[in-house]
Ligand binder design. Structure first.
Ligand code: ANZ
Ligand code: ZN
Length: 801
């Protein structure tokens, strides 16, 4: 027989809602804690047990923080624009807004059935015109600052859906929605100038607490690279080619120039006899994806244009080739080819019999390219210099001659911000025959999506909105002449780039959020989401936030003080859960059969929070048994103050308070649950349990299993919610285990610390030190020269610089 979870879960959910106990209070005197989880896309499939994992976990943290006396903001909303809804709507002939409303209804019912402590009074929905009005307003600010612009862009094109796709919508060179191979096409697009913020997006990572692997991903995505830009003149013409190189020390070894098939000068460079050949090559390259083109394994093929340019270092004539492994939008889209010292160039030169000229000694270039640094040879006055030194000297020398300069390049490109879809925020721009591009006046926002029957793609590549003439044709706001609305919509990254700000002031009609409220609540103290969002979404929202900061509209330069990620929940068979595999676990079923508390606690117990883990039905059953045993414990509870339990029980309780508190803060939910199990096993060995101990136990349970904890609490005669009680404190004297903070240094500088037992040996201290994530990073690829251990103080790694 199970404890009556069905009855008590509904009862307490209603009680909490009626008493509004989870509402955050603006400007409250208590210290604030803003805890954010990525808001879901309300898909037609309903809530996934993967959602439940992170929501339950962050809910546990929120509850503990409230009990610790914080004014907690833990909000929820809907990231509801996007393709799946649009496609479903087209297929079924139902308007996307109706589909969205229905899906949100399902999600909300499911979330409420879990008893999560969201402040529902702040619910937001990115497809609500009152919300996207401000998304559009922020876009206009970008436009007014020159950071939103239109440009012909080679974009990924799906020949089947007849739409442009962003890089993130292309999976393995195939269209995300239909699986057809994508092509390149030039289309006029809106872009946001995120590259202008590249340096700050990189540098400010130092000041925020993100998981190291997340920082690394952001750094790689931004891809900062220092090098030299060199001008190669084309004789008898006004043109020149700029190349970017990180190895200007190899400039005397240049034996060809390779330009991208999309290089703007290409038509000027092709000589008559090479025309057909080059044109064919360029067409072929356009069909390939970037990944295919730059794969290092693939054979590099190219064609000669027939033209030459001049190497400014030695005045030599260099043949200009076209090669599809050159990325058009990086470093000027041209590369000085140095076959002796670059692998790709080496392959290319071998294939086409180009000269391989050694200019850095140290390898054997008859066998392969020598790509390391070395000492310069065959390089005129620079012979004998080491590569590092030569890079500086040659750059200076070229700079003085007016042929080069130090530059920084980024892999990151400007953000293509146009989509040719219906279900997105209309870009608030009007195109006038006379005035050109005119922003929609702010007073006319929002530009609402027209409610129409047809929103299929137009096949011409234009947005479905282009076919709705009564919506498209407008008067120009400036000259009142005939004009047309922009018909592209925003990508569904737009609404999620600032949603955390709207939770702070969700109903504001005058601005996206009141500055005083922002000042109280920002930055977000803890942001949790999937690993798949740690590059784009995080970068985009950091970019928007920094932009708003520059406009003095938000008080902090960074939106999130810390960022963590959870691991995915896989199916019982170890595969991804998917309808097509028939292995999906529906949270509704688990709630019905075992109760929400069991589901929540099971998902926290299933494994380390940041790791992928398979569902295990036996585990659910085990947890449900555990909760039933907790239900039984109440029979032992004695109100009688004279009932005492043995000293060891008291000690265990206090140790548990310490452990569970630390584990919750450290997001080690699974070990916190084990501790609760240890504690309750211990209680079961006694005949009687003093009420004071039992009450503390219930408080420890409350963040994990809020319903059963509330029921047992109020059965004791309490009238107030357990979730408003104080979090228990432990008595340090009871659990004194002689620990100290071991300081970990690298080359004498403080890098981390960790709490360890006083009697720790050097060997143990080393093992613990190198397992710390920060230290791992510091020591990565570094040679440790020696370690110094000072007992009860520190461990210092001396490493090669
Ligand atoms: C000459 C050279 C000689 C290079 C050598 C390397 C070794 P990162 O670190 O990624 O910035 N490159 C420049 N622009 C390129 C483009 N649009 N597409 C493909 N490759 C491009 O790498 C910079 C290096 O990548 C540059 O330095 C250039 O090749 C190549 F022994 O220039 B190097
Ligand atoms: Zn006009």
């Amino acid at each position: 027989m199970s404890y009556p979870f069905q009855k008590i879960e509904k009862k307490w959910q209603a009680f909490w809602e009626k008493n509004k106990i989870y509402q955050a209070k603006d400007f409250d005197k208590k210290p604030k804690k803003y805890i954010l989880i990525e808001f879901p896309y309300p898909s037609g499939d309903g809530l996934h047990v993967g959602h439940v994992r992170s929501y339950s976990a962050l809910d546990a943290i929120s509850r503990k923080k409230r009990m610790e006396g914080y004014n907690v903001l833990f909000p929820m909303g809907w990231d509801a624009f996007g393709l799946p809804t649009e496609n479903y709507a087209i297929k079924k002939g139902i308007h996307p807004s109706i589909v969205t409303k229905r899906n949100i209804g399902v999600f909300k019912r499911q979330l409420k059935s879990l008893g999560l402590s969201f402040d529902w009074s702040r619910e937001i929905n990115t497809t609500d015109p009152n919300y996207y009005k401000w998304t559009q307003w922020i876009f206009l600010q970008f436009f007014k600052q020159g950071l939103a612009y239109q440009s012909e862009m080679p974009i990924n094109w799906c020949p089947s859906c007849k739409i442009g796709l962003a890089n993130e919508e292309v999976i393995d060179d195939k269209c995300e929605r239909c699986g057809t191979g994508t092509e390149k096409r030039k289309i006029k697009q809106w872009l946001l100038r995120i590259t202008k913020y590249a340096d700050r997006l990189l540098k400010d990572l130092d000041d925020i607490d993100y998981l190291e692997k997340i920082k690394t991903q952001q750094q790689n995505w931004i891809g900062r690279s220092e090098g030299t830009t060199v001008k190669f003149l084309i004789p008898n013409s006004e043109f020149l080619i700029d190349v970017f190189t990180t190895r200007v020390d190899t400039i005397f070894g240049v034996t060809a120039m390779v330009i991208a098939p999309e290089h703007p000068l290409i038509d000027k460079l092709i000589t008559a006899e090479n025309k057909d050949k080059v044109k064919k090559y360029v067409e072929m390259a356009a069909k390939k994806s970037d990944i295919e083109r730059t794969e290092t394994e693939k054979e590099k093929i190219g064609v000669f244009t027939g033209s030459y340019c001049i190497n400014p270092a030695n005045g030599q004539k260099v043949p200009i080739w076209v090669g599809d492994y050159i990325i058009a939008v990086y470093g000027g889209g041209a590369v000085m080819m140095v076959p002796a010292h670059d692998k790709r160039d080496y392959q290319f030169a071998k294939k086409y019999n180009l000269e391989i000229k050694e200019v850095v000694s140290g390898g054997d270039i008859s066998k392969e390219a020598f790509t390391d640094y070395g000492v310069l040879v065959n390089s005129g006055q620079f012979n004998g210099l080491k590569s590092g030194e030569a890079i500086k000297k040659i750059t200076e020398w070229l700079e003085n001659k007016g042929f080069g300069r130090m530059t920084v390049q980024y892999k990151m490109r400007d953000w293509i911000f146009s989509r040719q879809h219906y279900w997105g925020e209309p870009i608030p721009i009007i195109h006038c025959e006379k005035c050109g591009i005119v922003p929609v006046p702010e007073k006319d926002l929002p530009v609402k999506l027209p409610f129409v029957k047809k929103y299929e793609p137009t096949k011409t590549g234009e947005s479905p909105l282009a076919a709705i003439t009564e919506w498209v044709n407008v008067k120009c706001p400036k000259c009142k002449g005939p004009a047309k609305r922009e018909t592209d919509t925003m990508p569904n990254w737009a609404g999620s780039s600032w949603y955390f700000l709207r939770y702070i002031d969700p109903k504001n009609k005058n601005c996206f959020a009141d500055f005083k409220k922002l000042k109280y609540w920002t930055p977000v103290d803890l942001y949790n989401g999937g690993m798949e969002h740690t590059t784009l979404h995080l970068l985009y929202s950091r970019f928007w936030h920094k932009f708003l900061y520059d406009l003095k509209l938000v008080p902090t330069p960074e939106p999130y003080a810390s960022r963590r990620s959870h691991g995915m929940v896989l199916a019982e068979d170890g595969k991804k859960m998917s309808k097509s595999f028939g292995n999906v676990i529906n949270p509704d079923e688990i709630v019905k059969q075992f109760g929400a508390d069991t589901l929540r606690m099971y998902e926290m117990f299933m494994g380390p929070f940041d790791q992928m883990i398979s569902w295990n039905t036996q585990g659910v059953i085990g947890l449900s048994r555990f909760l039933n045993r907790i239900w039984q414990l109440k029979e032992k509870v004695k109100i009688d103050k004279k009932v005492l339990c043995p000293a060891e029980c008291e000690v265990l309780l206090h140790k548990s308070i310490e452990k569970i508190s630390e584990d919750l803060d450290g997001m080690k939910f699974n070990t916190a649950v084990s501790q609760l199990m240890i504690l309750s096993n211990n209680f079961e060995t006694y005949e009687k349990l003093p009420i004071s101990i039992y009450e503390t136990f219930l408080k420890l349970l409350a963040p994990f299993v809020p319903h059963i904890a509330e029921e047992l609490w109020q059965q004791l005669g309490h009238k107030n919610s357990i979730h408003l009680e104080n979090w228990p404190e432990y008595n340090p004297r009871l659990i004194k285990e002689n620990k100290f903070d071991l300081v970990i240094q690298i080359n004498g500088k403080f890098r981390d610390k960790v709490s360890v037992p006083q009697e720790i040996t050097e060997k143990e201290a080393r093992a613990i030190a190198v397992s710390q994530e920060k230290i791992k990073n510091w020591l990565k690829d570094k040679k440790v020269i020696k370690t110094i251990f000072v007992p009860e103080k520190l461990i210092n790694y001396v490493i090669e610089q």
